[in-house]
Write a protein that binds this ligand. Structure first.
Ligand code: ITT
Length: 193
């Protein structure tokens, strides 16, 4: 079984989270710092598949990309697929401002992992974590909206967790665990797709 898989991402935190899961399962994960042009779409799956195709057109490797977003119920799913842009422009402070006085704090993170290689059809894995938007930012760990997201019924935000603890709950960990499970079953390496 090939043990080396590549994760194409410009986000060091995403890589660190994924690497922990891979190494726990005895698999080696390599960081491919490739920048892709993120298309505008309401579908994370479409964005991930498009990024994967861009990566595969540049390198012949077993590789995956991951696209994720924060969906807030009271904001009709905003920022969703636009999370990266919203974070870069108004940050989590902007989201806290939009949520000021809003009682319904329900939200979820969604992660879509797209895995492929030059000779194999892309395969998609999805992970989701439900939680709530905190009333104020807490914690310095992680990235993006971590300081304002409380998974499940916890009072603690992702920003207050080490990678290992975040990986117990996170959308990304769920999707990547599915990918690892699939790789370990040998469905990818043994298939004739
Ligand atoms: P790559 O596309 O290069 O992988 P990116 O950071 O641009 O890196 P996305 O396009 O998937 O990643 O953007 C997702 C954004 O959603 C990200 O920048 C964060 O603002 C937010 N986000 C996603 N997952 C998150 C998480 O686990 N914790 C906090 N914020 C997260």
């Amino acid at each position: 079984m090939i043990k080396k898989i590549y994760f194409a991402t410009t986000n060091q935190n995403k890589f660190r989270e994924a690497e922990k899961i891979f190494s726990f399962h005895g698999l080696k994960l390599e960081h491919l710092k490739l920048k892709t042009i993120e298309i505008q779409s309401e579908s994370l799956e479409e964005i991930a598949l498009n990024s994967l195709n861009q990566v595969l057109s540049k390198c012949r490797l077993p590789v995956f990309v991951e696209d994720s977003g924060l969906f807030i119920k009271a904001l009709n799913g905003f920022p969703g697929p636009y999370s990266s842009y919203v974070f870069k422009t108004v940050g989590f402070e902007g989201i806290l401002r939009l949520m000021k006085g809003v009682k319904d704090r329900n939200a979820y993170f969604l992660s879509v992992v797209a895995f492929g290689s030059p000779n194999h059809k892309p395969k998609i894995f999805v992970g989701r974590v439900y939680g709530r938007i905190a009333l104020k930012a807490k914690g310095l760990n992680g990235f993006g909206f971590d300081p304002i997201f409380q998974p499940g019924n916890l009072k603690k935000t992702f920003g207050e967790m080490e990678v290992k603890e975040k990986n117990r709950y996170s959308h990304r960990a769920k999707a990547i665990k599915k990918l690892v499970g699939w790789l370990k079953k040998g469905k990818y390496f043994n298939s004739k797709l």
